[in-house]
Design a protein around this ligand. Structure first.
Ligand code: ADP
Length: 447
């Protein structure tokens, strides 16, 4: 500031001196006045340039222009310009920091597996993430400031919003829900800030399905165990209360043994399934001989055939080229034997069963069981590997079936990377095949 006054005085002195030189005393005053006017004019020019720049910069968000358009002003105007420029740069940095934090925060909300919707005090949508657009069918841009109850029309949701009690969640159908493929959403509102609401939605279709399957499974297991238990306790009561003759006692005891055997088979199949589900994928280092497994399956088939068919079956085993499969012996044997025994159990007396193993041209290994049994209607095929799914319940029970055999086969096949194919024509018979990937199949080395 002192510099500025000093400069002003110097300009006045120079003006007055020139005036005095030109016209003595009159010139001295006129020179001083003219110098003061010139000073004021130049100073005003700087002020105008400064104000023009300031007006431009304050209305501009970009820091780049602050540096680019900065006017070169001398003295105090230059200092003021520099101070203002620094303030603007600082402001821009703060704005950018705030913006990037907001973007990170929104990106985190976008990454959330739940649907997130921010509602204002009037329950209008302020922002929603991608998952919420999928759940409710919102448009993230178009539906901003729309009232949420106008877009989510489920009566349960409207009642939930109207109740103002958000201590629990509400389950509604998602926008993509169809009668064939229902989608269920659990929606929960959390109040925050001044009358604002955070709406969270979660797709619980899979959870509900798993829960329903668990309930069905427990009910099925209980039912399967209760039936033989009821029969057993009936026999025990009879044996305890009635004086039975020896042959009758023998018959009852044989029936009791049959029922307890049935329970044992069921428990054993359940344990096999739970082991299959709980254990890690089998490695590729244990090579199991297919010949050995097929020989065991053949014995099982003949032994069972004698029991279930008075005239037996025409059973043919084509063991093919000696080979090995990488996997777990018990699992592979259990799957193959399940397919073979099913064919024996469901094929009527004197029917034909053909079992084969072969290495296909592309190196894959195919285990195939063909029977001339009753065949399976197409509508049952997709559900056949579900636990406890049976077409002919009484035939299954009569022949000692648990309804878990094909579920075990499916699990074993999956764990060994094999594909399970079922082809069947009602009244003509069925073909069950398991095709193992080439990496798990080797032709046995000739000795
Ligand atoms: P189960 O112990 O009842 O045989 P599975 O899981 O092995 O249970 O088979 C499921 C159902 O598939 C059986 O109840 C039966 O109705 C049908 N099924 C399986 N194998 C055959 C087959 N070879 N021929 C006809 N139906 C079959």
């Amino acid at each position: 500031m002192i510099n500025r006054w000093f400069l002003f005085v110097v300009v006045l002195a120079v003006g007055s001196a020139i005036g005095f030189w030109a016209a003595y005393l009159e010139g001295l005053i006129a020179g001083g006045v003219l110098a003061a006017i010139a000073w004021l004019a130049v100073d005003s020019l700087y002020a105008v340039r400064f104000m023009g720049w300031l007006r431009h910069e304050l209305g501009n968000e970009s820091t780049a222009t602050v540096a680019e358009l900065i006017p070169a002003l001398p003295g105090i105007w230059g200092l003021a310009t520099d101070r203002v420029r620094r303030l603007l740069v600082k402001r821009d940095r703060l704005v950018k920091d705030g913006q990037s934090r907001l973007e990170e925060f929104l990106a985190a909300m976008q990454a959330s597996p739940s649907g997130v919707v921010l509602l204002d005090a009037q329950d209008r949508i302020e922002w929603c993430n991608q998952m919420a657009t999928q759940h409710f069918g919102f448009d993230a841009q178009r539906d901003v400031l729309q009232h949420v109850s106008n877009l989510v029309r489920a009566p349960a949701f409207k009642a939930y919003m109207a109740s103002n009690d958000f201590s629990h969640d509400v389950v509604i159908s998602g926008s993509a829900s169809t009668p064939g493929r229902p989608v269920n959403l659990s929606v929960h509102i959390h109040a925050y800030g001044a009358d604002r609401k955070l709406l969270l939605s979660r797709d619980i279709t899979a959870v509900e399905l798993a829960e329903a399957m668990r309930r069905d499974f427990v009910a099925n297991v209980s039912h399967e165990i209760r039936t033989p238990l009821t029969v057993l306790s009936g026999f025990i009561e009879t044996l305890q209360t009635l004086p039975l003759k020896a042959p009758e006692r023998e018959r009852y005891l044989a029936l009791m043994a049959q029922q307890s055997q049935r329970m044992q088979t069921l428990v054993s199949d359940l344990l096999t399934l739970s082991r299959l589900e709980g254990s890690p994928q089998p490695g590729g280092n244990d090579w199991i001989s297919t010949q050995g497994m097929l020989a065991n399956c053949e014995q099982d088939a003949h032994a069972l055939s004698v029991l279930v068919a008075p005239h037996g079956h025409d059973i043919v085993f084509e063991k093919g080229q000696p080979s090995t499969v990488a996997g777990v012996h018990n699992e592979l044997y259990s799957a193959m034997s399940n397919l073979v025994t099913n064919a024996v159990r469901y094929t009527p007396d004197a029917g034909a069963i053909h079992v084969s193993w072969k290495i296909l041209n592309d190196g894959r290994g195919e285990f195939r069981v063909k029977d001339t049994g009753p065949g399976i209607a197409p509508e049952h095929l997709p559900r056949l590997t579900e636990r406890f799914y049976r077409i002919d319940r009484s035939r299954s029970r009569e022949t000692g079936g648990t309804g878990l055999g094909l579920a075990i086969v499916k699990h074993v096949a999956q764990r060994h990377g094999a594909e399970l194919h079922i082809e069947s024509v009602l009244g003509q018979g069925s073909v069950f095949s398991m095709t193992f990937p080439a990496v798990r199949v080797r032709a046995a080395q000739a000795r």
